[in-house]
Design a protein around this ligand. Structure first.
Ligand code: ADP
Length: 377
């Protein structure tokens, strides 16, 4: 290894914050990145393989091996632009958690005049969450197992939200297992749309000197919109986990219809028979709380973590679910479902950027104007 002191590869997970049950309290002022970035060539420390593990919108992920230990890792190659820096910094900050893909090393190298960021991550060899459930056609996949999976995902999200990071791209492709077999750990990855949500990161100079009481966005704060996007995603993942098809579907078995957007907006979904007949009322209660159309009504991660179906996941009934069979039957529709979820997440992110927090000067609220005049007197 070129720079052993700042290299995390192979180091034991010694960060006390890594305890999944003890997420850190929000300390926005301490959210400074301490990400060490090596500038010597990555090839000095790692042997890069031709094996492509996946291709994303921002770059390739290839297999690589640590030259000293021979351990296999995944290497994500990104153009070194500010957006990529943000992605890697936020991912690095969160990467000590058991249910978040770990970053071991980051390099800044130049190839043919192009500055690149190279991210060495743990290699997730167990594949995507739903591929694994799909393979379970032989042995029953139960509601209790579903609850345990949701508990793991929620632990990761609680950790992020308490650090004031919203992931904003939680979807099936970004939930990967560390290894094949029962010892595999489910982890969240791809921080390409992650965003800091603490007030100082959003509006450093705009904080009003007194709280405006008249408009919902101010009361709610933009940070909650970002976090509520994650809560909606958790709701969709949970729904699919318990039945094998997504909640906002034109008709079970048919491709998405143009009216789907409207249905998402108006929150029209059902728990159809027979798939949902034996699913517990507690599970449906969590989903109803997560798929609320009004983001301010949606459950927060702390509320979900306090729900008995999540907290006491080991007591959830071991009812066999239709999920593996439905996932197998509707294999063809999976990529359409992925496209739709991607589009909906994109519109939620854009929608949020549209929410403009008026400064007190800009706002023309009669009541507020009266109050300001009074205060000037
Ligand atoms: P993008 O941000 O460009 O969409 P991702 O981070 O989602 O890229 O990675 C693209 C694909 O690469 C993933 O869908 C997955 O198949 C694969 N991949 C990503 N990270 C890992 C990893 N740590 N181990 C194994 N495969 C990975």
């Amino acid at each position: 290894m070129g720079n052993v002191e700042t290299t995390r590869g192979g180091a034991e997970n010694s960060n006390p914050l890594s305890n999944q049950n003890l997420p850190p309290k929000a300390h926005s002022s301490t959210l400074q990145s301490t990400m060490p970035v090596h500038s010597h060539p990555v090839t000095q420390d790692y042997k890069i393989s031709r094996q492509v593990l996946g291709v994303g919108i921002n770059g390739k992920v290839v297999e690589c091996h640590n030259r000293k230990t021979g351990t296999k890792f995944a290497l994500k190659v990104l153009r070194d632009v500010p957006k990529a820096r943000r992605e890697v910094e936020l991912h690095y900050m969160a990467s000590e958690h058991r249910h978040i893909v770990k970053i071991f090393d980051v390099y800044e190298n130049t190839y043919n005049g192009v500055k690149c960021l190279l991210v060495v991550m743990e290699c997730m060899e167990g594949g995507e969450l739903f591929s694994r459930i799909q393979e379970r056609a032989q042995s029953a996949f139960t509601e209790r197992e579903g609850a345990e999976i949701m508990y793991d995902i929620c632990c990761a999200v609680q950790y992020l939200h308490r650090m004031n990071i919203a992931h904003r791209d939680i979807k099936p492709e970004n939930l990967l297992y560390s290894t094949k077999g029962s010892s595999g750990v489910l982890k969240l990855t791809d921080f390409g749309f992650a965003k800091r949500t603490d007030a100082t990161a959003i509006r450093p100079l705009e904080t009003p000197c007194y709280t405006p009481y008249y408009a919902a966005p101010e009361v709610l704060g933009p940070e909650k919109y970002d976090k509520s996007c994650d809560m909606w995603s958790i709701g969709v993942v949970m729904y699919i986990l318990l039945c094998g098809f997504p909640p906002f579907y034109s008709a079970h078995g048919l491709p998405m219809s143009p009216g789907m957007k409207t249905r998402i907006r108006s929150g029209q979904y059902v728990f159809p028979s027979p798939e949902w007949d034996r699913v517990s009322e507690a599970a449906k209660d969590v989903i109803r709380g997560l798929l609320k159309t009004d983001p301010s009504e949606r459950l927060t991660i702390d509320q979900v973590m306090a729900h008995k179906w999540i907290t006491h996941y080991m007591k959830v009934p071991e009812t066999p679910l239709f999920t593996p069979a439905v996932l197998n039957e509707e294999r063809m529709q999976w990529s359409e479902m992925q496209d739709e979820m991607e589009k909906t997440l994109a519109s939620m992110r854009v929608g949020n950027e549209d929410i403009h927090i008026k400064s007190l000067k800009e706002s023309n609220n009669k009541l507020l104007n009266k109050r300001m005049k009074k205060e000037k007197k």
